[in-house]
Design a protein around this ligand. Sequence first.
Ligand code: HEC
Ligand code: CU
Length: 346
Amino acid sequence: MPEQASSFALEYDLFYLFLIALTTFFTIGISAAAVIFLIKYRRRSQGEVPEQIEGDMRLEITWTVIPFLIAMFIFAWGAKLYYQMYTDPKDALEIFVTGKQWMWRAQHPDGQREINELHLPLGRRVKLTMTSEDVIHAFYIPAFRTKTDVVPGRYTTTWFTPTRTGTFHLFCAEYCGTQHSGMIGKIVVQDYSDYQAWLRGAPKEMTPAEAGQKFFTSLACNNCHKDQDAGRGPSLAGQFGSDVKLENGSTVKMDEAYIRESILNPGAKTVLGYPHIMPTFQGQVTEEQVAMIIQYIKSIGPKQNEAVAKPAAAAPAGQPAAKPAAAQPTGTTAKPVAQGEQPKQN
Ligand code: HEC
Ligand SMILES: [Cu+2]
């Protein structure tokens, strides 16, 4: 198996080995019993009539209860791992990834961008939000034991904590066209100071929120969406994470998926009290741009950043959009779990 380079890796491997050991044990045990019984209870003479057996309650209970306990143990352990992996981590470094035939693009909270490479700090929780520009891809880092589908029209997330410095393989694990096998890259895990140096040196454009603000203006969203509800559309400031009342009487939470839908398919849900005048921007914006606009919308107003609905540590209102908390010197809260590990190459 590939080396273990994330906080998940050890326990996943143990779980996997446990399943292999268990199945091996039963495969061998059952085959051996079959062969032994075959020989032991073979028919010895032509007219032999076997002894009739009525059954045995104790035996029935034993071979029901033991497999049940084993199955429940597997379920509990698997559910625990699943739960860990699919629960959003607290104060993670948030990176946005898009898959595209046939490459991976990553965007860091401070605006650094990379293609087919992803630099990560050692010992810091990292959350990836991912989408695809075309077909289904899958973001697969064997050394981290994580694999997540990257689906057009949808945001999927995954998270992990790198526990080892070095360079690790990144694969696309979903057949996505002729050059699927070339859709590979490198995950570079660095310790705090190397990572900071990389951040400073990396080509850096605007932060996602700044870029989003630019698109918000160039696509003329701001003609209708003003700071106050004075525009033709509702104000978006400070709305992220809150409930929106819709025309049809239901409510919907303003999250990433809802904003995305509002931009690409504004007819799908209409805000109570507003006319159906918002045009669709389908075809005019890429998924990456939509994601940046979402970052911008998250950043405006009092409910700054902290994505999915946890109204956590809000930054003071009106703080420049450019600095979501996740963008503070990203390693400061890092707890290097793997200190003393040898830097490793593979
Ligand atoms: C012609 C005016 C107009 C333009 C341009 C426009 N919108 Fe809208 N938008 C509206 C109106 C009106 C609504 C409310 C009615 C509805 O939901 O369709 C709305 C709703 C929304 C919502 C849901 C808001 C809520 O409070 O639930 C979002 C998010 C949004 N727009 C984002 C954008 C973005 C991003 C752009 C630019 C890419 C944009 N809009 C361009 C008029 C506009
Ligand atoms: Cu792919």
